[in-house]
Ligand binder design. Structure first.
Ligand SMILES: [Zn+2]
Length: 73
């Protein structure tokens, strides 16, 4: 009887640990894309900025502002 209770407690503990690990792994996977921000360098002044904020020239170069895109173009 005592052994059965011990085995049951052990089984529940293992299940809890497995579920907790699975949840943690899923949270880590979901958080990753938000953490990673691709940055590019302005071809004119060399400042680094997120690619979403950069202006891309037709030849593929990135710029931090319309002025720099025009000056370097
Ligand atoms: Zn610039």
């Amino acid at each position: 009887m005592m052994l059965r209770l011990l085995l049951l407690t052990l089984a529940i503990w293992i299940a809890v640990v497995l579920v907790r690990n699975a949840l943690r792994r899923r949270q880590a996977r979901q958080a990753r894309p938000a953490d990673r921000v691709t940055t590019v360098q302005c071809a004119r002044c060399g400042v680094h900025l997120p690619v979403k904020l950069a202006l891309q020239h037709v030849d593929g170069r990135h710029y931090c502002s319309p002025e720099h895109a025009r000056d370097d173009g």
